[in-house]
Design a protein around this ligand. Structure first.
Ligand SMILES: [Zn+2]
Length: 152
């Protein structure tokens, strides 16, 4: 029997973001939940650890969720992430056919959902998830701000 999640998804994503910071990674965390709200995968950035610029939290969580599911699509799933996805991750969210994307902090500089190329609104995007931005925005932004302040 699976127990219900103790924490809301954005809290889990924040935990992953904070854990990433302790590893010296840009603190972004993501979690994939299914239609029942059960956690399929959770991940933080591993760009430095893997020496892989594509090892964003969203990419790792999407791949793990699909692997656990045994299928390529996550059509009933929600991805919750602490920062607005970049264009690469937004394209991946579309490719995995994720139903819904929930994110925390807005990213006017590098975001690809509500800023920059606005991937889901592009004519080459064949699946646009529902998007909810700004969830626990202040807390999600603070994790990033604190990390970069510590680097100075
Ligand atoms: Zn990304």
């Amino acid at each position: 029997m699976q127990s219900a999640n103790v924490l809301p998804p954005i809290e889990i994503a924040l935990e992953e973001a904070r854990a990433a910071a302790t590893r010296g990674e840009v603190p972004v965390g993501a979690v994939v939940t299914d239609a029942a709200g059960l956690v399929l995968a959770r991940a933080g950035n591993r760009v430095e650890e893997f020496s892989d610029p594509s090892a964003h939290a969203e990419m790792l969580a999407l791949r793990e969720a699909a692997r656990r599911r045994g299928g390529k699509w996550l059509a009933d799933c929600t991805l919750t992430v602490t920062l607005e996805p970049c264009p690469m991750c937004a394209a991946a969210l579309s490719a995995f056919r994720v139903r819904k994307v929930v994110y925390g902090a807005y990213d006017p500089k590098s975001g690809g959902v509500d800023h920059g190329p606005r991937i889901f609104q592009s004519t080459s995007c064949h699946h646009a998830p529902e998007v909810i931005g700004g969830v626990r925005e202040a807390e999600c932004a603070a994790v990033l701000r604190d990390f970069f302040a510590g680097l100075r």
